[in-house]
Design a protein around this ligand. Structure first.
Ligand code: F3S
Length: 62
C-alpha cells in the first residue's frame, strides 16, 4: 500500500499524524507529508484510519 497527501487539500488539521505518526509527519508549517510513502503492512490499518479521519480528505491510499 502506498500513501499520498494532496498538498492543495491539506489544511494542517494534524489528525493523520496523531493517529499514525510513523507514516504521517507534519512539516514546520504544519502540513502533512508522508514520511513513509510505502506503508508497511503492520501500519496499514492505522494509515486507513488516518485517511478516513482527515476532514479534508487529503490522503489517498493506493
Ligand atoms: Fe492535513 Fe488531513 Fe493530516 S488536513 S494534516 S492530511 S488530517
Amino acid at each position: 500500500m502506498n500513501v499520498t497527501v494532496d498538498e492543495d487539500r491539506c489544511r494542517g488539521h494534524g489528525v493523520c499524524s496523531a493517529l499514525c505518526p510513523e507514516v504521517f509527519d507534519l512539516s514546520d508549517d504544519g502540513y502533512a507529508t508522508a514520511q513513509q510513502p510505502e506503508v508497511p503492512q503492520r501500519l496499514e490499518q492505522a494509515a486507513r484510519t488516518a485517511a478516513t479521519s482527515c476532514p479534508e480528505r487529503a490522503i489517498t491510499l493506493h
